[in-house]
Design a protein around this ligand. Sequence first.
Ligand code: 13P
Ligand code: SF4
Length: 319
Amino acid sequence: GAERDRVIERIKTLLKEQDATLVAHYYVHEDLQMLAEQTGGCVSDSLDMARFGKEHPASTLVVAGVRFMGETAKILSPEKRVIMPTLEAECSLDLGCPADEFITFCDQHPDRTVVVYANTSAEVKARADYVATSSIAVKLVEHLKDEGRKILWAPDRHLGAYIQKTTGADMVLWHTACVVHDEFRTRALKDLQQAHPDAAVLVHPESPAGVIELADAVGSTSQLIQAARELPHETLIVATDSGIFYKMRQAAPHKTFLEAPTGGHSATCRSCAHCPWMAMNGLGNLLEVLEKGGNEIHVEETVRQGALRSTQRMLDFAS
Ligand code: 13P
Ligand code: SF4
């Protein structure tokens, strides 16, 4: 309505006035994805969010996503002001890998190269040799394996098991899972596949192994959108956060999209596969942070330098 349009115009003005750019993840509300597109910001997966934030000349980055994405932006661009619509947006993988326990685990495996998912705190990244996102994790571990290295992977156990299976690398795994992707169900997905035999199945690798096994394409959010565009199938069953449909429909407007079934699926839950923390970002708190300030990401300088080493290695490997 008119109020929403007013808020959007006000946000656009404030972004300009503050030399700020909006960096959004595919899982946030489509209003925010649209705003990022319209204002020259970016909507992307976590690797491209990191790259974009680092390369963009704006002095303020407004990161619409979850905390680790804001932290990664700050790790790479300490000179920029990094703010978020909310600082409450966590990630179950980050929460499931506290730095002190993680450091003890690493100390128990001194012979292993430590590779951590980007969905971790700056403290955890500071203890790691490499950071990886889902778009490059398999390639990175493949490369490290070819160098003869044994791997310690944290924190997502499904992604870890998938990398292990794909590369055959010697890996020990941390045990956490994503609360959203862990809910996808193998049996129900098989039933849906049977009902739609011509459909392709697109799966984010944070999903359980049985779900990944049924996939025609496995990859990061950007890679899944690319698969939606490029695969010949007219119907696509998608096992990832439902926020992705905004971009997927743009990428393949004539295709039919079905949500992969989750354990929590019920008549009262229209879209169960949606990250509760991503959902905390909205037009309201975006406007508020631009108007009032606050919600700034700070990373202690020694931690930042440690995390920069492993994060920069990711960017160097990815380029
Ligand atoms: P991507 O890097 O694939 O965007 O994944 C981030 C994430 O949090 C998935 O749940
Ligand atoms: Fe973390 Fe899962 Fe939410 Fe992604 S969807 S931010 S992995 S809790």
